[in-house]
Write a protein that binds this ligand. Structure first.
Ligand code: ACO
Length: 385
């Protein structure tokens, strides 16, 4: 029995099936990723973020009427409570955008009259509010922490266009809006990744959807998960030129350091999403006529593959794409979060439809059978007292 229990243990839960889902399927062998049965390679070029969010939440592609209704709801829910704006204004200068986003979601919950209503209809309404407000929180948080004038969301723009507008003060030109939209679709969902799983753990206690999203954002922040896209761009900036790339990487590998944007827990033959963003990176660099970051990315990719056999993950080419879209580094992970909010909310609603408290067990490795010694009788105890 003891032996059997030990066999079940897998560090980091690697390879463990922790639940059933009808939302997303990853096939690492065939290198495919589907949302509700649709291939990500199709969705990334043919769908929109709004349509993909609907698909994830409701399980099927919307009719034109349903999509309009859903998009109109998202557009009408973009504004955030004034109290969040006040708090962001008072936050320490240069507070990190992910910390502000996590806090903003938590504070927004206080102003949602349905926060404790866990009916299915209320959860769909709250999901739409969260998906709509996250881009506003991300843009506002960055701008106010950097003492820039906030830019109000517009209801005549798509989710992707509106975020770029709130960040830059101008509407996207050329392929920028479509490329950014595609990146949001790519980031929208990914099965039982660490942040989605932490949302499920929280929601399985019958806590509310906002608490689930706060858990997820905190989990996504780490550099081994969502924080990697920001770290990739720091690396590219530090490398500075294609000529310096090889020596830079060799030095890091010699010091046994990880190269951000490479490797994946599930995909061992390459992340399906990376080639889509690689294409996008090439397209935007050609449009902007500035390919330095794309070219360094290609060189680093070549060296890391040769030296470690590792391939880029989703975060790798997202960095050069976002940089050329004129987005500040510390908004890269909040962008991931606002896109992923559609996946998080879908998993939360799915979990609630057939909930069981998530509470695994552990293998004890500590001491046993110790006898309690009163404080005064412990070695050094009298001094302490
Ligand atoms: N750079 C250098 N070496 C690496 C990297 C990397 N990026 N990734 C894995 N390795 C090496 C490890 O050092 C280890 O080598 P060893 O066996 O000689 O010690 C081996 O590959 C296996 O690594 P693990 O940590 O066991 O692989 P795991 O599946 O746990 O890690 C992870 C996956 C965390 C993503 C890892 O590849 C990593 O740290 N990557 C960099 C961070 C990153 O890009 N995160 C984003 C992931 S995608 C996402 O979350 C959206």
């Amino acid at each position: 029995m003891e032996e059997e229990k030990k066999k079940e243990y897998s560090p980091g839960l690697e390879g463990i099936i922790a639940g059933k889902t009808g939302i997303c399927e990853i096939d690492p062998e065939r290198a495919t990723l589907t949302y509700r049965g649709y291939d990500i390679r199709d969705l990334a070029v043919k769908s929109t973020y709004e349509e993909t969010a609907y698909l994830l939440l409701y399980g099927e592609l919307p009719t034109a009427g349903k999509l309009k209704e859903f998009s109109d709801t998202l557009r009408s829910e973009r504004a955030v409570p004034g109290e969040v704006v006040d708090l962001y204004r008072r936050a320490p200068q240069k507070s990190h955008s992910m910390d502000l986003l996590r806090t903003g979601i938590s504070l927004s919950a206080l102003y949602d009259p349905e926060v404790w209503d866990d009916s299915i209809d209320a959860n769909y309404r709250k999901a739409a509010r969260i998906i709509a407000k996250m881009p506003t929180l991300a843009a506002l948080g960055y701008r106010l922490a950097h003492r820039k004038k906030p830019i109000e969301p517009r209801d005549d723009l798509s989710a992707a266009e509106n975020f770029l507008y709130m960040m830059r003060g101008s509407e996207p030109e050329g392929p920028a809006g479509r490329i950014f939209d595609s990146s949001l679709i790519i980031y929208a969902e990914h099965e039982y990744n660490a942040s989605s799983f932490s949302a499920l753990v929280t929601i399985s206690t019958r806590s509310d959807i906002y608490s689930g999203i706060v858990s997820a954002v905190g989990t996504l922040k780490g550099p081994l998960h969502g924080g990697a896209n920001e770290e990739v761009m720091k690396m590219l900036l530090d490398i500075g030129s294609v000529e310096k790339a090889e020596a830079w990487i060799m030095d890091k590998l010699a010091k046994k350091q990880r190269i951000m944007g490479f490797g994946h827990r599930v995909y061992k033959h390459g992340d399906t999403r990376a080639p889509i963003l690689k294409e996008a990176s090439l397209e935007i660099c050609k449009f902007e006529n500035y390919c330095r970051w794309h070219d360094i990315s290609l060189k680093v990719e070549e060296v890391v593959k040769r030296e470690k056999g590792l391939l880029p993950n989703v975060d790798y080419f997202a960095a050069s794409v976002y940089y050329l879209l004129g987005l500040p580094l510390e908004t890269y992970t909040p962008i991931f979060a606002m896109a992923r909010s559609a996946g998080w909310c879908s998993h939360i609603i799915e979990q609630l439809s057939d909930n069981r408290l998530i509470r695994p067990t552990s293998e004890y490795t500590g001491k046993r059978g110790l006898k309690y010694v009163p404080l005064g009788e412990r070695e050094g105890g009298q001094k302490a007292a």
